[in-house]
Design a protein around this ligand. Structure first.
Ligand SMILES: Nc1ncnc2c1ncn2[C@@H]1O[C@H](COP(=O)(O)OP(=O)(O)OP(=O)(O)O)[C@@H](O)[C@H]1O
Ligand SMILES: N[C@@H](CCO)C(=O)O
Length: 309
């Protein structure tokens, strides 16, 4: 007996400037993963696209860890199911989300594993529980929430709970992402952050985060020029991404509403209504002036989140 489940999961951009560890947007860039579960057998992992030859092809892969998390949660709730635990797992990944660039590759992997295992087990866990496990695995909820729900999410983790509101903005916009050809792990990008920030910087971010959420929700996108500015993580991370402020300026000059670091970087993301290719080229050119090879993609907002296909 075997069961096959295919899932599509979006990449995500987190923080969006001031909303550190809280705001996230699901983007129209996807990994597709086919899971084949058998009662007995080895773990087999085949990877095409991003991460091929780089990601672990063993039980150390975070997708397998996520599957095991769901099995553990369900079997602790229903111990009589222990006997039917699935041992054999084959993953066939087709990945478009680049690794360690700030587009939520780890969140996508975690959410894919959780949602697929939950489907296998009859959807015993609801989306809130999936989000809570995902947030605990990732360490913060801002990427995993939009990967689960799609759209734009505002999330706060408190003990084991995640409080999350998801919405679709009243006005549509595009995101132009400049993707440098170097990796920056979230772990390293968090190491450069200070233990505390000046009170005035905290106040600066609180106002802008509130303005960001309301301008996105209301579709009053002219406010993004003020609302995407951050003082509590981007300035510290700037030294890891050559040309970051200049790329922001180039994006705005080419017609973007505003720009920010995507997640922990190194991708930089511009929000725009028009001139998308002009903005992308300006960002890539400015990166190249700082000896950073980069390419760009134009993405929209994914509205569905992780989905069985
Ligand atoms: N498709 C995948 N399958 C398994 N593991 C993955 C996959 N994609 C990413 N990972 C794991 O996640 C790590 C990258 O996570 P990291 O948090 O550094 O970057 P990111 O999630 O791409 O960026 P950000 O969190 O800033 O958006 C990889 O080194 C790998 O361990
Ligand atoms: N909020 C996270 C997103 C990246 O995982 C950070 O900026 O470190």
């Amino acid at each position: 007996m075997k069961k096959t489940i295919k899932i599509r999961v979006p990449g995500t951009t987190a923080n969006c400037g001031p909303g550190f560890d809280s705001i996230g947007i699901a983007c129209t860039i996807y990994n597709e993963i086919e899971f084949t579960f058998t009662p007995a057998g080895p773990i087999e992992i085949v990877i095409e696209g991003e991460g091929a030859g780089l990601l672990p092809e063993t039980a150390d892969n975070v997708i397998i860890k996520a599957v095991q998390m769901v099995f553990d949660r369900i079997y602790s709730r229903y111990p009589h199911c222990q006997q039917s635990r699935w041992q054999g797992i084959r993953l066939h990944m087709n990945n478009a989300i680049p690794l360690s660039r700030g587009l939520g590759s780890s969140a996508a992997a975690i959410v894919a594993g959780l949602v697929a295992a939950n489907e296998l087990c009859g959807n015993n866990l609801n989306k809130e529980e999936i989000l809570e496990i995902a947030s605990a695995m990732e360490g913060h909820p801002d990427n995993v929430a939009p990967a689960v729900y799609g759209g734009i999410t505002v999330s706060v983790a408190e003990a084991s709970q995640v409080h999350c509101i998801r919405f679709i903005p009243k006005a549509d916009f595009s995101m132009v992402v400049a993707i440098p050809e170097f990796n920056l792990s979230t772990k390293l990008a968090r190491k450069v952050l200070p233990d505390s920030v000046p009170f005035q910087d905290a106040v600066f971010n609180i106002g802008r985060t509130a303005l960001l959420v309301s301008s996105l929700y209301e579709g009053k996108l002219d406010f993004l020029q003020y609302a995407l500015i951050d003082k509590i993580h981007q300035p510290y991370r700037s030294k890891l991404i050559p040309g970051m402020p200049e790329v922001f300026t180039a994006a705005r000059k080419a017609g973007a509403l505003g720009a920010a670091l995507s997640g922990a970087g190194p991708c930089l993301i511009a929000f725009a209504l028009s001139d998308l290719n002009k903005i992308g080229k300006a960002m890539v050119n400015t990166f190249s002036q700082h000896n950073v090879k980069a390419y760009y993609k134009v993405l929209g907002i994914d509205q569905e989140g992780a989905k069985i296909i």
